[in-house]
Design a protein around this ligand. Sequence first.
Ligand code: NAI
Length: 704
Amino acid sequence: MALNLDAVGKPIGPFTKDYTWKDAVLYALGVGAGFSDLDYCYEKDLKVLPSFGITTMYDFMGELAATSNVNLAGILHGEQELIFHNPIPPDGTMTTQGAIKHYYDKGKEKGALIVAEFETYHSNGKKLFTSIVTVFARLDGGFGGENAPAQKVDFPDRDPDFVVEASPSEDQPLIYRLSGDVFQLHVDQEFAKMSGFEKPIMHGLCTHGYACRALIESLVPGEPEKVRRMACRFKRPLYPGMAIKTVIWKTGEGKAVWRVINADTNEIAIDNGEFEYGDIPKEEIRFDDRVAIVTGSGAGLGRVYALELARRGAKVVVNDYGGARDGSGKGSATPADKVVKEIKALGGQAVANYDNVATVEGGANIVKTALDAFGTVDILINNAGILRDKSFVKMEPENWHTVIDVHLNGAYNVSRPAFAVMKEKGYGRILLTTSAAGLYGNFGQTNYTAAKMGLVGLMNTLKLEGEKYGIKVNTIAPVAASRLTEDILPPDFLDKLKPELVAPMSLYLVSETCPVTGNIYNAGMGCYNRAAIVTGPGAVVSKDGQIPTPEQLLSQWDQIASLKGAKPYQNLNEQIGDLLAAFSQPAAETGGESSGGFSAVSDVFDAMPEAFVADAAAGVDVVFQYEISGEGGGQWLCEIKDGSCRVEAGAHEKPTCTLSMDAGDFLDMMNGKLAAMQAYTSGKLKIGGDIMKSQLIEKLFKLQ
Ligand code: NAI
């Protein structure tokens, strides 16, 4: 096994963690908090310790191990840096995504370093923290890479300004592990002995949490929200029950260095500690160095978007064809030129483009204008629009096609070349413009509403195709006074419908900060809400393949039609997963007792060739890729072709589907304690690629 050097930059995640105040309190208790710092332990006005952010990294670390192909027997948590952007709220969902940034080679016998960086956002839309983790891979050195640049933290040659003593209990790891790090080394006597320790050791990150409390108590007492950065290197393990001291030196305004030492031996357990603190910097969404295209920005909403983007630092391509409200006429340079002039008067940067989005050449030329003037495209707002309202029978083909061409085909024409640039650079924001008329229907607008819902379909798939390239695709449904709506919206309302009231949502959705992709938001008059296509749980009317009668459906109509418990799906696979789950019974119901056959992940793969049912494989040509994280995990591939089966460790270049799972869950599943469908719907089993083909596994292998 060698490190997978191609994994640098490949996205890991996103992983989500739902949590409540109880999780935050459990973590605080795990790192020694109690009545002396009740702020972290009492749900009334609860403050969350910033180092609680660490608990988001376990899934990430599992996938990092699988992606990097690191030898699990040799890994140690080397360094940890947390940069805090906003305080962690007491409950919600945290979403974490990142990538491996570097590999460093210390030499053949000395090991390698894997540096990964990830960002965590809260469901309230705020970026909470950036985490930079360095994994020391003791057994993976000597691959010919460069060594890490030397990093030195200077400790003042004087007594520390603060010394905070603590005595973690003998049982501390038992509480700490409940926050997610359940590695046996911290609980299992035998495992600890096998690993060369006399008994289970403290989690380094548990001691890190003690240090975080000590630093807050000394430097920003009672104000954990003022912690800006905390970095350190793990040096030596500690046994539970050993007294520790966090020693702290202030080194400048809002800066300190720190260590954790064993209070009895004075040996350093955590070294190179750095700590920064101060007020949360004012959050301003900026677009400096970003290049944005806004189609149809010679007037109305697009003009306001272009002005606001430029005001916040973006270089803007102001596209406008300059035709009539119904798209007729030869076009005019005036609207785009006027807006470019306005932007320049503000000190911003902009170029005009007069192409028609409704043609493929027009779309290509709009993107070319951005590349020629500014060298790239980061943001595309598909905004250009026209109206040709007619009741359906009077809707002549020309009116139908012209409207579809501007709105739906227009978005295709510009987004496609822009997406290619974004994909190449690994970053992009695309905003599509739908309409409440499309989402909910409006008399006389079949052409417009069909186009506007077509854009939602475009988003649904483009968000998936963009995900791994850092491209987020969302949709806005604005309501604003403009040339388009001057005779549609009630006149009394027009002055309340300033386009400026829509722009904040559009800007947020194309900002780097934007945490979502594939969502639709209504925006107008100062009210903002999310719209979504949701699906109810429905009813299984026939389980055994018998065709139900319409009457049978009617008898369960309430349940079929109910939206109680409805949910929005992120993709087709999720919906198919639920559909299949409705037909499968949980292991408990099927009497799925453990057959107890497998105690190690590798045993399962060793057994697969034997368990292969060749008769079931006629005409089957698939590659299943397994990515098993955690203890004993790794990568295995299983190739079925021409009735034969090949199973081996490693990664396949083009797997049909990839099954990712934690080692413990995988063993539970293979030992019959966890039904595959339960694992899938609970998120324990993630399937990428062709989910339907993964259904073959049960047929192809008789493992239990
Ligand atoms: P607007 O008429 O003020 O601005 C649209 C701009 O697009 C115009 O300057 C026009 O010249 C330009 N344009 C039209 N066809 C073009 C083409 N083929 N190529 C390049 N430029 C072209 O309209 P408004 O209200 O600002 O609309 C912007 C977007 O918001 C449209 O997509 C519209 O459908 C959508 N929308 C607006 C609502 C509102 O309440 N204003 C409601 C729902 C959606």
